[in-house]
Design a protein. Structure first.
Length: 459
């Protein structure tokens, strides 16, 4: 019997069980669920939810994370209408937020009808960092010279660490020594630039950093600090461009009509707002990531690394936080032009991407792309999501489309089922009262008036 079973088999009826669950990781799945029940006193029907594994078997979940209990599903949908570099894509997106997929699909349709997206990788190198400490500032130039004289040797050692990567055409490409003499604790940092091919490359880069740090310490007599990759992947950038004919942007409603030219002008004004005000830029770029992160998640990539890298890059070149996208009017055609440059640390081989069945399915839906092709598509989904958000913001406001989809969630929460969900949602939107209490009231009205039920069944 594990220590956990000995100490927690019979929790006190009043005092909460301690969270010091010694030996928890040694327990079977059933024993972990029993322990969770003892700690929380959750009803059995709620605990049963943890047994619904879906497409991810518990055996894999237990390998992916420690102390696994089950899986946390996210809705998986398809963004349509993407035409990138002359090829059609439907893009799997795993996301819980209403309207994200619909918005990206709508914006992609405007771009499709205007000629499609153009995208390419600007470069394909991950960055590893080795921190050098206990070097006098006066000796910085001396150390810089030592690294320069031994650059070829150090790159050779780095590539010997991963010979198979070198055989696939990847490997260490360059070294750069960066100096921080004004820091509170002066230090230097050696950057290793690596082409990791179709792997995201975190483990590859970290292994090289640790191996190379031994040689660097011997050459420079420095004390080695951190040895790890950087998620500010400004050597792994993707660029995407979209053209939109302005008539697709026009708002045509009886009570509110706005020409496409006017909408395009307003979108440019909104971009200028975001590019100059970090408070707006943060929300603006969140809209970009609405299109990026769901694809990162669906393909089994590291959305935390991608998000941190993207937001850091937004302030990296200018020293202040700015828009990841740029919108302008083509002076010759009058079309709206959108561009994005974004760092994307992605892989299509190895790790969770290779093992997670839904990640594999998502990649198959995308046509089993290389990491470069995946990055191009992902940059386009970010640009499309940004376009959709800006168009909504400068016309009807962001809440209108969002609330149409949110209303369905509220209808379901109120108890609506089947065709009732659509009816209740539409009624709430029509009444301009998208709230939980109004959902309950509308559902009650529907169920207590036969003529409404008849109307519903006819439709």
């Amino acid at each position: 019997m594990s220590d956990f079973k000995k100490n927690h088999s019979a929790p006190h009826p009043v005092t909460k069980v301690s969270s010091r669950l010694t030996g928890f990781y040694k327990l079977s799945r059933g024993e972990r669920l029993d322990a969770l029940k003892a700690f929380t006193d959750l009803p059995v029907d709620q605990l049963r939810l943890l047994g619904h594994d879906g497409a991810l078997p518990f055996e894999l979940a237990d390998l992916f994370v420690e102390n696994a209990l089950g899986s946390f599903p996210l809705p998986l949908g398809l963004a349509t209408n993407f035409f990138v570099n002359g090829s059609d894509y439907v893009v799997p997106m795993a996301v819980e937020e209403s309207s994200v997929i619909a918005a990206a699909s709508n914006a992609a349709k405007w771009v499709y009808e205007s000629g499609g997206f153009q995208a390419h990788a600007l470069n394909n190198q991950m960055i590893g960092q080795i921190q050098l400490l206990d070097i006098a500032v006066a000796d910085f130039e001396k150390v810089k010279k030592i690294i320069s004289e031994n650059k070829i040797k150090l790159l050779q050692i780095a590539n010997e660490t991963h010979p198979r990567l070198l055989m696939r055409g990847g490997g260490a490409r360059d070294l750069e020594l960066r100096l921080f003499p004004e820091a509170k604790i002066p230090f230097m940092v050696l950057h290793i630039y690596m082409d990791t091919k179709d792997a995201m490359g975190a483990n590859l880069v970290n292994t090289v950093c640790e191996r190379l740090s031994v040689e660097v310490a011997a050459l420079t007599s420095a004390r080695i600090g951190l040895r790890i990759l950087s998620n500010l992947a400004d050597r792994k950038l993707f660029f995407a461009r979209a053209r939109v004919q302005t008539h697709f942007l026009a708002l045509k409603e009886k009570s509110n009509e706005i020409s496409g030219e006017d909408v395009a002008k307003r979108i440019v004004e909104a971009f200028v707002f975001a590019d100059n005000d970090p408070y707006r830029a943060t929300t603006h770029n969140k809209g970009v990531m609405n299109g990026v992160d769901p694809v990162v998640i669906a393909t089994g990539n590291d959305w935390r690394a991608v998000s941190s890298g993207a937001h850091a890059y937004a302030s990296h070149t200018s020293g202040r936080y700015r828009s990841l996208t740029e919108w302008k009017i083509d002076s010759q055609t009058g079309d709206l032009i959108g561009e994005i440059t974004i760092p994307l640390q992605l892989g299509t081989v190895g790790g969770v991407t290779r093992l997670h069945p839904m990640a594999q399915l998502s990649l198959q839906i995308l046509g089993n792309p290389s990491s470069e092709e995946l990055g191009c598509v992902m940059a386009c989904t970010g640009l499309a999501s940004n376009l959709a958000a800006l168009r909504a913001l400068v016309t009807t406001g962001i809440q209108r489309g969002h609330m149409k989809l949110h209303a369905k969630n509220l209808a379901l929460s109120a108890g609506a089922r089947g065709a009732e969900i659509e009816w209740v949602a539409l009624r709430m939107v029509r009444d301009s009262k998208v709230t939980a209490s109004h959902a309950e009231a509308v559902l009650s009205q529907l169920r207590h008036h036969p003529e409404i039920n008849h109307e519903l069944s006819d439709n």
